[in-house]
Write a protein that binds this ligand. Structure first.
Ligand code: ZN
Ligand code: ZN
Length: 291
């Protein structure tokens, strides 16, 4: 999913087309890192140099205990055990959701590269980053084997792209968890959840409209697989959580005991300041700015 955000007046956001063009150029000239223009190692199939890969930063500040929305102000620090206004007003169907970092700066660029420049191997590498928020999902470690379900794309969209980015991220997560747990990693169930209809773009829709847009969009194909289980949904970007919530609703109706969401990046258009903090660190070696 791509969400365009209303830019605050001070923002110097680059147009999406420009970003896509840069991503396409990175495919044509894969000797340079697509993020810092530094030299790639000879096996540069990731298109991002090891230094940039190591520089993706996880959010470790206070957050909404349910949906993982970061709390940006010091005042909110005191409320770090609380849920955000969004969750209090309209409880999502998932039990918990966490993201690795913000959908901004180099992480956003990497997501675009993965989705629109055929970055399949990059997708698996980025999926490894999900092992960090995985550890912070309450209860996950106590559950005997949570089942990982990538959020499905509508079939025509998947054919167009050639892959589902959520599948790549899930594969990377499993690889990282297997490494940490000496080969024991949870199972990924792919053909279990289906997107029944192509949903109109969520861009520009308010929370309630996003939820309405996705009502009944997902169906569980194999209820026997999810019944009584804890499920961890995996996706690339979360904004309001409407997609995760719609998936969770379908899974719970089919008998899932617990549904959690893990995404690579959280888009926080409601907190332009949070976006700006990271933007200060996103001027690369050539003076180009990734926003
Ligand atoms: Zn780099
Ligand atoms: Zn929340």
């Amino acid at each position: 999913m791509i969400f365009s955000q209303k830019s605050p007046p001070h923002s110097r956001q680059r147009p999406l087309l420009r970003e896509l063009l840069d991503a396409a150029l990175a495919v044509a000239f894969p000797t340079d890192c697509a993020l810092c223009a530094g030299e790639l190692p000879s096996d540069g199939w990731l298109r991002i140099c090891p230094a940039c890969c190591a520089r993706f930063e996880a959010w470790t500040g206070p957050l909404c205990t349910r949906c993982g929305l970061p709390f940006p102000s010091p005042r909110a620090l005191d409320a770090s055990l609380a849920e955000c206004g969004l969750c209090l007003r309209d409880k999502p169907a998932f039990d918990r959701a966490r993201s690795f970092g913000f959908y901004t700066g180099k992480l956003r660029q990497a997501v675009l590269l993965m989705k629109y420049a055929g970055g399949e191997r990059l997708g698996v590498r980025l999926g490894e980053l999900l092992a960090s928020p995985w550890d912070s999902l309450p209860l996950v470690s106590e559950l005997d084997s949570p089942l990982i379900i990538p959020v499905p794309l509508y079939p025509s969209r998947r054919r167009e792209r050639g892959f589902n980015q959520a599948d790549l991220l899930a594969a990377g997560l499993v690889r990282a968890l297997g490494r940490h747990n000496r080969g024991k990693a949870p199972r990924v169930a792919k053909a279990c959840l289906r997107r029944k209809r192509a949903t109109p773009p969520q861009t520009g829709l308010r929370v309630s409209a996003r939820r309405e847009n996705l009502r009944g969009a997902f169906e569980v194909l194999k209820p026997q697989v999810v019944r009584g289980r804890a499920i961890v949904l995996v996706d690339d970007v979360m904004t309001t959580g409407a997609t995760l919530s719609a998936c969770a609703r379908a899974l719970k109706r089919a008998g899932a005991a617990q549904v959690m969401g893990l995404t690579l990046a959280r888009a926080t258009p409601q907190f332009p300041d949070l976006m700006r903090i990271e933007r200060d660190n996103t001027v690369d070696g050539l003076g180009r700015e990734w926003t």
